[in-house]
Design a protein. Structure first.
Length: 381
């Protein structure tokens, strides 16, 4: 029996995220000049757009004219869909801004731990926007996943330097800075959950303005999102044009960077597929599972040792994944209650049918039949 698209997309997400984590770390640790993130993002979005168009071309059996027509009608002429994707692009931009600001106020440990609240905020926004319902066991699995990922992330952080003497003013300033950072992190978690639930709603509910829609929403939404992201990234590159012109567009690029670009582009499509065929909670479980895999692999690749707390976090993540995925713990849909009709209702219904099939009665006859049915019902109660 073949693997379903739901399970295949989940496995692909785990493998892609694991490979991306390792390759990204290797690309940044490599000696030499560092590449500009803006150029990488632009190439990622261009590659995503190209891959989606190739899938469109495949669906049109290689007919370029038909694919261009579909692209024009179902992607760029769909102003409602483009508007929704623009809102999503804005949420993603806010997410990146929150992340950059948060690093200025909190340490890496606080960032990794508080950011796991996105697992719960995603579920809450799915409850509001998608009317999804979760069982108590599933909520417990999500809390266990959040705790497991936080423990794994915290256990791998380097020990912070201890300061024996700190004046009161510095301590108060540090506490204020930390409080601001946690507030920013809470905003990041809320924004991340909102963006995830909103994307799933758009993927599963919005229909194209074309009455003869031929393109799968998976490719339509990604084509629209990639087009908007390319435009936004180009604006950012124009703003930093002097820097790009001085060093060159491919400054700091090497073979590993191109691998990162490919994995990020495929990862964006894989996440969309997981959301399309399952939901955001499954996506969170997949990314968390891949984090565990990447940590275990990097322990051997980079000669790193993990403490006992790391393996305890791994255990929590693995158990939570299997518990959430077990259909026995899922909330069963409420069965529709069928109202049992009484004998008097059936008899009254039959009399009504007979009166409809009979010849039209005069006003007195109709009132007589109605009064007779009412009297019969009263006597039978």
């Amino acid at each position: 029996m073949g693997m379903s698209l739901k399970h295949l997309s989940f496995v692909m997400l785990v493998l892609q995220n694991t490979a991306l984590s390792i390759v990204s770390k290797y690309s940044r640790d490599k000696a030499g000049p560092k590449y500009k993130p803006g150029t990488v993002v632009l190439l990622v979005e261009l590659l995503k757009f190209t891959l989606c168009y190739l899938m469109l071309l495949k669906g049109k059996r290689g007919n370029v004219a038909a694919s261009v027509h579909t692209l024009r009608v179902e992607v760029f002429a769909d102003t409602k869909g483009l508007t929704k994707m623009a809102v999503l692009a804005f949420l993603y931009a806010m997410q990146n801004m929150f992340a950059l600001v948060a690093y200025d106020y909190v340490d890496v440990a606080t960032y990794q731990i508080v950011y796991q609240l996105k697992i719960i905020t995603t579920a809450l926004f799915m409850l509001v926007l998608l009317h999804r319902r979760f069982s108590v066991v599933q909520w417990g699995a999500m809390l266990a996943l959040m705790a497991g990922v936080a423990i794994c992330s915290y256990s791998r952080l380097p020990a912070a330097a201890e300061h024996a003497e700190e004046d009161t003013a510095a301590t108060a300033a540090l506490a204020t800075k930390r409080f601001i950072g946690i507030c920013v992190m809470l905003g990041l978690a809320v924004n991340s959950g909102l963006a995830a639930a909103y994307f799933e709603r758009v993927m599963k509910s919005h229909k194209s303005n074309s009455t003869l829609q031929t393109l799968d929403p998976l490719w339509t939404r990604n084509l629209q999102l990639s087009a908007i992201s390319v435009a936004v990234t180009c604006v950012d590159l124009v703003r930093n044009f002097s820097d790009v012109w001085t060093h060159g567009f491919f400054y700091g690029f090497h073979s590993t960077v191109f691998a990162v670009i490919f994995l990020q582009a495929v990862g964006g499509l894989t996440i969309a597929a997981v959301v399309r065929f399952s939901d955001n909670i499954v996506k969170n479980f997949g990314t968390s599972f891949s984090l565990i895999f990447s940590c275990i692999i990097s322990n051997y690749m980079f000669d790193q040792t993990a403490p006992f707390s790391f393996y305890f976090g791994v255990l929590l993540v693995v158990v939570s994944v299997f518990v959430y995925g077990d259909s026995r713990f899922a909330l069963k849909p409420a069965a529709k209650k069928t109202k049992k009709r009484s004998t008097t209702d059936d008899m009254a219904h039959e009399i009504t049918i007979e009166t409809k099939n009979a010849q039209p009665l005069h006003a007195g006859g109709r009132h007589f039949v109605a009064r007779s049915v009412q009297t019969f019902n009263v006597l039978c109660v």
